[in-house]
Write a new protein. Structure first.
Length: 600
């Protein structure tokens, strides 16, 4: 308590009372929302638990699930509560495997008591404590089940955890790995807080942070294939293990329910990250080794302060391939000039710029074009004489470029990082990546774009097709679990600043010209995703976006009809996908993003 009070006063001195109160609120009520009320609505009641017990007895397949627990001087109350949570499972075909590195018999005594109560416990006392990795390996060797789950010695399972896991396995027999959402529980077990509501498998998020963590269940075959935990990563042995599992797993399933409760107490990493700094350094090594195994050349930086456990991966650029930058423009010379100046400040050398002129009316615009011969990069000005059609304009410009990689860039974007092209290119050169997007700000230094979620928002500008996350968040803030500042995969990013492979653009047929103004970038991203590529959000590519100055407002009957037609096109083409984005947890609301509140 003294340590916490000192930490609080230090934060007040450094950041002020307002920031302290905001962080305090976020600690207990993520983004100001009552998790207690939300959990009460979503936690299964007794009737549901009884139904689950009856249902699982009728399943044709009821595989044995072995839950492994490495124990070391576990407080008796914590261990008893753990055992009670396992014994309370509505799915009954399980065994609990405990490897105990303690120097006394306290854990063994509790295990014996619960064995007498009918718990299927396999216990092994170690001659010495071998560390969490080796202790876990011993527990895994005791396992007899086809599936293996991992439970820390002071944490708890929700009563429906195994039921939901086995149900998911039964629905998809190709599954190799299952993970669930989780939350935290106080030392006295009275309060649940800080829910971690996760996306479906997200490679780039996993490379930014071990977001999978708990509850993890894997097929026994996968463990036998990759081997167990490795002692040299103690403290981050689970991160190393999960990275190796995901490298080899065929089908990874995410269950969007809080089925695991991570206990917070004075010595836990959850409560005091600085107490296990070595764990985060081990995590950095695990991530570096993962990238090396994958043949990826990249540098890993470990974040500090309240972002311990989060990492930045910078992918190295291979060679200097030509990058073509497409900029549609109608008048707005001042904006275009600022955009081009920011591009010219780039450190990447091999660039061509193509401006697609679209029916400008101001003489000064054409005079400005004539001055562009002295620019650092070669600039070509094309003329598009048809009506404004963002997709058609970019498709036209694309076929006048030569670059292996193409950047779609709005004329009202001003880049802030001279190495923006290296950041985009390092990602886009990865064979699994088709598109890379940026982090964009309004002029008032609030976020305009930090990734796009399908189905988000019901306002006039989205109509349930898609919406941006973290819109309006202060530029200097990171949002929920730092996600606004983490590199991760999304279903879509904005084409206001987007890099794509030339081969991918050609493969999917470019941009959909029936979408003249709205959602053409969303449709393009979805086509690229459908073709098997990732869409990556890179927050290290930062820019101001003055947003649609050239086009004007959607305020005429003709524009309203056109927009409604584009909305209908998206719903007809992409259907249910718009209501179930794999990169957005379904517990979050689609009426507003998770900056503002939890799901209903």
């Amino acid at each position: 308590m003294v340590r916490r009070v000192k930490k609080a006063f230090q934060l007040i001195r450094e950041a002020g009372v307002k920031e302290f109160l905001q962080r305090l609120a976020a600690h207990f009520w993520p983004e100001g929302v009552s998790y207690r009320k939300w959990r009460k609505r979503h936690h299964p009641g007794q009737k549901e638990l009884i139904r689950q017990r009856q249902e699982q007895q009728e399943w044709q397949e009821r595989p044995l699930v072995s839950i492994v627990v490495p124990a070391y001087h576990t407080p008796r109350r914590f261990l008893e509560e753990l055992l009670e949570s396992v014994q309370a499972q509505t799915y009954t075909n399980w065994q609990l495997c405990i490897a105990d590195g303690s120097s006394d018999s306290a854990v063994e005594d509790v295990a014996a008591e619960y064995r007498e109560k009918g718990c299927n416990i396999v216990y092994k006392r170690l001659q010495e404590n071998r560390g969490i990795a080796e202790n876990t390996n011993v527990a895994m060797e005791l396992a007899e089940g086809r599936w293996i789950g991992f439970l820390d010695h002071d944490d708890l399972l929700a009563p429906d955890a195994l039921y939901e896991v086995v149900k998911a396995i039964g629905q998809d027999p190709e599954t190799d790995l299952v993970y669930t959402d989780e939350d935290k529980i106080t030392e006295n077990s009275r309060k649940y807080f800080e829910p971690h509501l996760k996306p479906d498998f997200n490679l780039d998020l996993l490379r930014s942070n071990n977001y999978i963590t708990h509850f993890l269940v894997i097929r026994r075959d996968l463990w036998e294939k990759i081997g167990g935990f490795r002692r040299k990563y103690d403290g981050a042995q689970d991160y190393d293990f999960i990275l190796r599992c995901t490298e080899q797993a065929g089908r990874i399933v995410h269950i969007p329910k809080n089925l695991y409760h991570w206990r917070v107490h004075a010595l836990s990493t959850a409560e005091n990250p600085e107490s296990k700094l070595y764990a985060f350094q081990a995590g950095k090594r695990a991530l570096e080794d993962h990238l090396a195994r994958q043949g990826v050349k990249a540098d890993v930086a470990m974040r500090e302060g309240d972002q311990l456990g989060f990492y930045d991966v910078k992918y190295q650029v291979d060679g200097q391939p030509l990058v073509s930058i497409l900029i549609p423009n109608k008048d707005q010379v001042e904006s275009l000039e600022a955009c081009l100046r920011s591009v010219e400040a780039s450190t990447y050398p091999n660039v061509e710029i193509v401006i697609i002129e679209n029916n400008s009316t101001q003489p000064g615009t054409f005079s400005y074009y004539e001055t562009l011969t002295d620019c650092r990069y070669p600039i070509q000005v094309l003329r598009w004489e048809g009506p404004f059609n963002y997709s058609a304009i970019n498709n036209y410009g694309f076929y006048h470029t030569k670059g292996e990689y193409v950047v779609l860039l709005n004329n009202d974007v001003k880049l802030l990082n001279p190495r923006w092209l290296e950041e985009l290119l390092g990602n886009c050169q990865r064979p699994e990546v088709g598109i890379v997007g940026a982090r964009l700000y309004y002029p008032d230094d609030t976020i305009q774009h930090a990734g796009v979620v399908l189905g988000l928002g019901g306002g006039v500008m989205s109509k349930g097709v898609a919406g941006g996350v973290f819109v309006g968040l202060d530029r200097w803030k990171d949002g929920y679990l730092h996600k606004a500042s983490l590199q991760m995969d999304y279903s879509a990013v904005t084409a206001a600043c987007m890099m794509t492979k030339r081969s991918v653009y050609q493969h999917v047929g470019g941009m959909e010209e029936r979408l003249a103004v709205a959602f053409n970038d969303i449709d393009y991203c979805l086509k690229v995703r459908e073709a098997g590529y990732l869409v990556v959000y890179n927050p290290h590519v930062e820019a101001y976006h003055y947003e649609s100055k050239s086009r004007g407002a959607e305020d005429t009957p003709e524009k309203v009809r056109r927009f409604q037609g584009e909305v209908e096109f998206m719903h007809e083409k992409w259907g249910e996908l718009l209501q179930k984005d794999p990169y957005y947890n379904p517990n979050w609301s689609l009426k507003k993003d998770y900056v503002l509140g939890m799901g209903e």
